[in-house]
Design a protein around this ligand. Sequence first.
Ligand SMILES: Nc1ncnc2c1ncn2[C@@H]1O[C@H](COP(=O)(O)OP(=O)(O)OP(=O)(O)O)[C@@H](O)[C@H]1O
Ligand SMILES: [Mg+2]
Length: 230
Amino acid sequence: MEGKITLVKTGTPGLDELFTKGGFDHSSSILVSGEPGAGKSIVALQYIYNGARIYGEAGIYVTSEQSIEKVRENAKSLGMNFAELEEKGLVKLMKIPINRGYEMADDELMREIKKEEVKRVAIDSITPLENLSPDIRGFRVRILGFIETVTANNITLLVTAEKRKTDFDNMEFSPEDFLFDGLIMMGRLRKAVSFERVLSVIKMRGTKHSEELHPVEISNSGLVIKSLEE
Ligand SMILES: Nc1ncnc2c1ncn2[C@@H]1O[C@H](COP(=O)(O)OP(=O)(O)OP(=O)(O)O)[C@@H](O)[C@H]1O
Ligand SMILES: [Mg+2]
């Protein structure tokens, strides 16, 4: 098994196709960063939900801000019935309040991560931890330690982060952008009098990927990435 890299499907229609390999590397870490309402949480939810429902891989979704009931409710409006998968023990929704930060040794989360069947973890979002950290160096060290712990347990990690500004013409990167294997940016482009949601892959270590801005569509049945021809 050692050294063997298998593929992890992203769970978001149209997203796998942006990577030459057709998904994320197993045991890699991916940051989904972007502005408010860009769709980061939905991508994180679909990663866990479809990961379990379609690919049979158990997962944990950690929220820092919303109540678990609210997460279930929002997910339902997007066609995802988490309760069903929770009952089957395939998915666990957890809330770690901001004031506790993501103490990387958070007992409950660590216990879950160590379970052999758990293959996917989504942390939504890492930004409260950044706000709690007195210095950038400490923040980076804690994130790196967390990435290492999670991925060492054969888990593929997806983390979201809030970005104040996503100007695709004039990108500015945050400290966390450099720490993950992959970086996906989500934001908006102005088109005349309206905005269009877009997604772009900024980096993915070890593979080629699309360099384009892809339109994002959100509906009652979830979030999909469109190719440019559509
Ligand atoms: N059922 C739905 N149908 C259509 N659009 C929806 C639905 N549910 C949510 N949305 C859209 O998705 C957007 C929110 O997406 P999401 O929560 O993933 O954003 P986010 O990037 O996580 O934002 P934040 O940084 O504030 O957490 C909403 O602004 C809303 O327009
Ligand atoms: Mg969110």
